[in-house]
Write a protein that binds this ligand. Sequence first.
Ligand code: DAH
Length: 357
Amino acid sequence: MSEYAALQSEIEAEISAASDLPALEAVRLSALGKTGRVSGLLKTLGTLPPEERKATGAAINVVRDAVQSALEARKIVLEEAHLAQRLASERIDLSLPAAPRAKGGVHPTLQVLDEIIAIFAEMGFSVAEGPDIEDDFHNFTALNFPEKHPAREMHDTFFFNPDENGVRKLLRTHTSPVQIRSMIADKPPFRLIVPGRVFRNDSDQTHTPMFHQVEGLVIDKTAHMGHLKWVLETFISRFFETGDVTTQFRPHHFPFTEPSAEMDVRCSWEKGELKVGSGDSWLEILGCGMVHPNVLKACGIDPEEYQGFAWGMGVDRLAMLKYGVPDLRDMFAADARWLSHYGFSGFAAPNPASGLS
Ligand code: DAH
């Protein structure tokens, strides 16, 4: 047997003896790696007299190809064995009864989103949605945030790395960009709400990097602040199930509305329990205002002809207030015990006929 054939069968024996993937990889390196045995042979070619190089080179290549295909064949066998072993060890007996404590439920945020949608649907609002990954135009520019304005940074925006064209996408910081998408895609009048996830780089007892908002938008030829007040007071009355609703509108600033306000609702806290109605506290609920003419213009709508109002509110906070959840971060900790305590039955879907909560 030639020296090469002997090396080949030696390596092939090692390959068949390799009992798992790391062992096989060690054989591969010792044969074909930079300092491996076959690679070593190839390096000696240069020292041979020119007339011998061709034949010797071909003989070494035969060894290399044989080793390579033996490695590949063994790899498939070992991978299949590894998979079979994993499948066997991770096998789950589906006929076993479920662990009794792991009881699921509808998350309070989703329950409250459904309540909000049911209330506004009854008032003739439709539901619009948009993407979580947005661009600067929809999240800021079209909403009348001045270019390079600190407000863009104030939102604690999560930016993606720029793509090959230098365009920097972001995770939407609010549901307001769906106002823009809806107004560009359709013709006025509009009467819609936008439930959705939003993202800001912020985390403490009352902030989580992901949370939920519902945006509202009404555009027609005559909509005014009085309508806004009625719509929102009617919503609060239905949502907190009380006829006793007093609101106050505090002047505020948002780039996309003029005038802008924050709306508070009168309430009381008795033994830590919230009661909407009479009382000496105010609950800050949402931001709102008349849609800025620049926003309408950015969507191709003539502000001389159309006008309207908008608002945005945090859903998770409303869920905490209504159902007594103390810490926002627990809402998204994915703890089954928390969910079985605060969650809702899947059969308790809110609708106007059977009640909201
Ligand atoms: N987008 C605002 C935020 O996330 C909330 C908001 C305020 C939305 C006023 C509106 C509005 O549509 O009119 O802070």
